[in-house]
Write a protein of this length. Sequence first.
Length: 148
Amino acid sequence: MKKFIWVIVAVVVIVGVGWWYEAHAPAKNDKVVPPTENAANTTGTELGAGDFPAEGVLAKEISLSAKNYSYDTKEIRVKKGETVKLIFFVTEGFHDVVIDEFGVRTKRLNAGQNETVTFTPDKAGTFAYYCSVGSHRAMGMEGKIVVE
């Protein structure tokens, strides 16, 4: 009889965990699909009210996707003093983007997540952007941002 009670308890626990997971898991249709445009051919777009910079100021929009152990763009070109709106997408794995020279650091994101950061490069040159997760950078997960 005690064995039967333990079986019932185990079934109730398994069903309860399954129900909880279904109630809290993201919907299967909630995928984030990155835009198809490449950073090399993006143009400035106007940001809306409440965004940085002030309304009416143009910013260069850059889309950057990450998958296991690479970014979809190896080189980004911007102008010194130009406001840059970096839209970062993760399509596979767990990654971030860091640009030390400009204090840029996104959150570490899982596949299907995205984050937008805005910054203004204040010096010209070629600088690295990279993933700071584990040994991802050493495995080749980096690119360069050229500020003209």
